[in-house]
Design a protein around this ligand. Sequence first.
Ligand SMILES: [Zn+2]
Length: 153
Amino acid sequence: MAQAFECAECGNPRRFMGSCQHCSSEELPNVFVDAIELNIKQGLPTVEEALELLTDYLRRAHQLGIKAIVLIHGYGSSGEGGRIKWAIHDALENNHYADRIEEYFFGEQVPYGSKACQDLLKQRPGLKQYLRHFKVGNAGMTILLLGSGYRSA
Ligand SMILES: [Zn+2]
């Protein structure tokens, strides 16, 4: 995949979060994408940690002008992956992130090639590179569309 973020000071690739690993720059990186995939299971967070992480992700995505996130959270009836999924779904349904998230789709609702997925890609074409891998829908991910207008101060 093409480089998504580049350090505005040293020109090296940057991660989504944090400072530059090459020059420690705290400046916002140059951004070449409007959709990204984030794996919230990385580092094996607890449910509480995952929800905090999502808050950080959304704040950062807003700063960087990202319009859509494919959030990988895993699934299953047991294990932390399943608990994180349901906690995130609960938070979304209760409008916990409503100031940042315009719309959301559970992976199983938008299998690639479906009408729902086509409509989604019309809104956020940048998602195509991620979603085309999920022909039958993927219960382990949730797609977050970020608002174009920022509503709270
Ligand atoms: Zn740098």
